[in-house]
Design a protein around this ligand. Structure first.
Ligand code: AQP
Length: 337
């Protein structure tokens, strides 16, 4: 069975979205729009795998929706919705957690990173997260999943789960989705520590640029970003052992669309005292219009909810029949849905 190309991806509303989410995911979601069918989801069921204050989660979910819309997601072209509004995700998530193997979950590096030394005390949901993510993708029989580098292992696990389902039941039902990891910003690093990725749940606000940050805050965070005293070399090869410097050059390149080597060549011999204000200027130039649109959208939360509910209806119309077929393949008697 060949599957028509369809893109699925999601972002957790587990905090305000960051420049990492924008460059690694959201901006690329916009680029894919119009090329193939695109399905984009605010994955709130994933967000609750770690504690979320209920009122904040509602706010963050609407704010993430505003970020998608402000960045250029058109709800007439893409299906944009909230995961918990479409029952297929949780249902197929359970079914696929009966296909996935515990040994596979044990290899997931994101679980190890997020659980840290506390693995016995974290939620069962955090451990099972990749099975739910497989369901998110496979409920739409999606073929391509644009993600940042950190999510590659989860998409590869989705392929393993889909292949095992197809093999165990003797069907060619689920596609084996491809992770699509492209561009110069597949892994934007923390502004405070070049060995950690920029993350919306990092306790240090100074470690990230939020899509809600105003121009002064962006400039201040870039000014205080950790760097070193050496000038910029003429090419990226000279930044091999300078992770913080490499990160800032990569961010600049991703924001302007230039090659990182070209950015190095232009700033060769200059220190970060000169480079940081230039970076702040391009960051503000790209992010400010998005922040302004987000703020305008957030002034009318009822309109955001209306867009998301309409998106959920369209998502449900695609996913419910696929999950009904998966139930039948697994041997469940066909029910009303
Ligand atoms: N630093 C990053 N650089 C490039 N891409 C990134 N992504 C996340 N951080 C970076 C990509 O953004 C998409 C949505 O990620 P997510 O919300 O599902 O969760 P995450 O990957 O765990 O991202 P965060 O920001 O670190 O969230 P928290 O702190 O809640 O865990 C994905 O495509 C991801 O690759």
């Amino acid at each position: 069975m060949t599957h028509a190309p369809r893109i699925f991806s999601g972002i957790q509303p587990s905090g305000g979205l960051t420049l990492g989410n924008y460059l690694g995911a959201l901006r690329r979601f916009v680029e894919k729009q119009g090329q193939v069918e695109t399905v984009y989801c605010l994955v709130d069921l994933h967000a609750i795998t770690v504690w979320q204050d209920p009122a904040r989660l509602r706010h963050q979910t609407r704010e993430a929706a505003a970020a998608f819309l402000a960045a250029g997601i058109d709800p007439a072209q893409s299906i944009l919705f909230v995961q918990s509004h479409v029952p297929a995700h949780a249902e197929l998530g359970w079914m696929l957690s009966c296909v996935a193997r515990v040994g596979w979950m044990n290899r997931m590096t994101q679980f190890k990173d997020k659980a840290g030394k506390n693995a016995e005390a974290v939620s069962l949901g955090l451990y099972a997260y990749p099975a739910l993510m497989a369901a998110d993708i496979l409920a739409y029989q999606a073929t391509h999943v644009p993600v940042g580098e950190d999510q590659k292992q989860h998409v590869e696990l989705t392929r393993d789960i889909a292949a095992k389902f197809n093999h165990d039941y003797g069907v060619e039902f689920f596609p084996l989705p491809e992770p699509v990891i492209e561009g110069t910003a597949t892994r934007v690093m923390s502004l405070r520590d070049g060995s950690r990725k920029m993350s919306k749940s990092d306790p240090s606000d100074a470690s990230r640029i939020n899509l809600t940050d105003d121009a002064d805050t962006i400039a201040q965070k870039i000014r205080k970003a950790r760097t070193d005293a050496d000038p910029l070399p003429g090419s990226m090869a000279g930044l091999k052992d300078r992770p913080e410097a490499r990160n800032l050059v990569n961010i600049y390149a991703a924001l302007t669309g230039e090659a990182p080597d070209a950015v190095c060549a232009r700033f060769e011999g200059q220190g970060f005292g000169a480079f940081k204000p230039a970076l702040a200027e391009v960051a503000v130039g790209v992010l400010s219009p998005i922040t302004t649109r987000m703020n305008a959208l957030m002034a009318d939360p009822a309109e955001i909810d209306r867009i998301l509910l309409a998106g959920a209806e369209r998502a449900d119309a695609v996913a419910a029949p696929i999950v009904a077929d998966a139930r039948e393949i697994m041997g469940m008697i066909r029910g009303a849905r």
